[in-house]
Design a binder for this molecule. Structure first.
Ligand code: AMP
Length: 137
């Protein structure tokens, strides 16, 4: 996979405001924050999408993500937040290296704006679809 700006950040070739690092994970402040404390959590493994991530990297992120959320909340005083993870340009991914956004949401409206176009799940179609997904695992 071609190098992205996030691989350069992990290697220290591009500066960042680092908040956490271990053998598999790196976290730093987003340069274009949606709100104060907007933090990015990335695996050191350089893959573009979550479905490409190794179990080892995924486990390492899962282990530390709640702790990073708690730290962002404590530091900013926020009590509400979103965790966002985009995959593919159509899904708003701009940097093709897996990343989780931790985005505090404040009373002033700063944070993640969400357009949630909920539909209605048909029970029969839902049964078939759930079986298809389950058998694809
Ligand atoms: P996404 O749309 O999910 O791919 O988000 C990419 C995020 O990376 C955006 O929120 C950018 O502001 C952020 N970003 C891009 N370059 C940098 C950088 N050099 N340092 C910190 N954050 C960055």
């Amino acid at each position: 996979m071609p190098d992205t700006i996030f691989s350069k950040i992990i290697r220290g070739e591009i500066p960042s405001h680092k908040v956490y690092e271990d053998a598999h994970v790196f976290a730093f402040l987003d340069i274009g924050p949606l709100s104060r404390g907007h933090t990015l959590v990335i695996p050191k493994q350089a893959v573009a999408r979550l479905d490409e991530l190794s179990d080892e990297s995924a486990a390492a992120i899962g282990r530390v993500l709640p702790r990073l959320c708690r730290a962002v909340l404590k530091a900013t005083g926020a009590t509400n937040y979103n965790v966002l993870q985009n995959n593919g340009a159509l899904a708003h991914q701009a940097v093709m290296h897996v990343h989780f956004h931790i985005i505090p949401r404040f009373e002033d409206g700063s944070g993640l704006g969400i357009k949630w176009g909920a539909g209605k799940l048909d029970p029969a179609a839902g049964k078939t679809l759930a079986e298809m997904i389950a058998s694809s695992l």
